[in-house]
Ligand binder design. Structure first.
Ligand code: FES
Length: 152
């Protein structure tokens, strides 16, 4: 079993358990790279929440993964300013070129492709983050370059 240190939450504070959930999920994802589904009951019990509440928060936020990421992680901004600069078409191109449906990890584990919602580069979109590196003005050719690099 995984030994996780979950912060103590004073039960007498109304709403304290729910407000502790996000930091706990962040802590687990930082430590493991994802939040394993089998931990949901343990988290729920530790915070006096229902499993459904924990599951709901876990799946609501795009930030959290419930499975390990691929060796390369491509995140393409789909927020408004980037959409105005072609981010939807870029995501479609990336899905085809990387052979990976948005929001999934390719079966061989090479690539995870994810939508994200604003990377702070709104004036120079479409923006992306590739293996933790921010990229501005991403084009289809940029994506093609990643695809080639990931296969080598
Ligand atoms: Fe894409 Fe802000 S909208 S970086």
């Amino acid at each position: 079993a995984l030994a996780l240190h979950l912060p103590d939450v004073p039960a007498e504070v109304p709403g304290a358990s729910a407000s502790a959930l996000l930091p706990v999920l962040h802590h687990i994802q930082d430590a493991l790279g994802f939040v394993p589904q089998p931990l949901v009951p343990e988290i729920a019990a530790a915070l006096s929440l229902s499993r459904a509440e924990v599951h709901g928060v876990l799946t609501y936020y795009h930030h959290f993964r419930t499975a390990p990421a691929g060796r390369h992680v491509v995140q393409i901004c789909q927020a408004e300013a980037c959409r105005a600069n072609g981010a939807e078409a870029l995501m479609a191109h990336a899905g085809a070129r990387l052979a990976c449906a948005p929001g999934t990890t390719r079966a061989d584990g090479a690539v995870t492709l994810e939508p994200v919602y604003c990377l702070g580069l709104c004036a120079t979109g479409p923006a992306a983050m590739v293996d933790d590196q921010l990229r501005a003005r991403v084009s289809a050719a940029t994506v093609d370059g990643w695809a080639t690099r990931f296969e080598s």
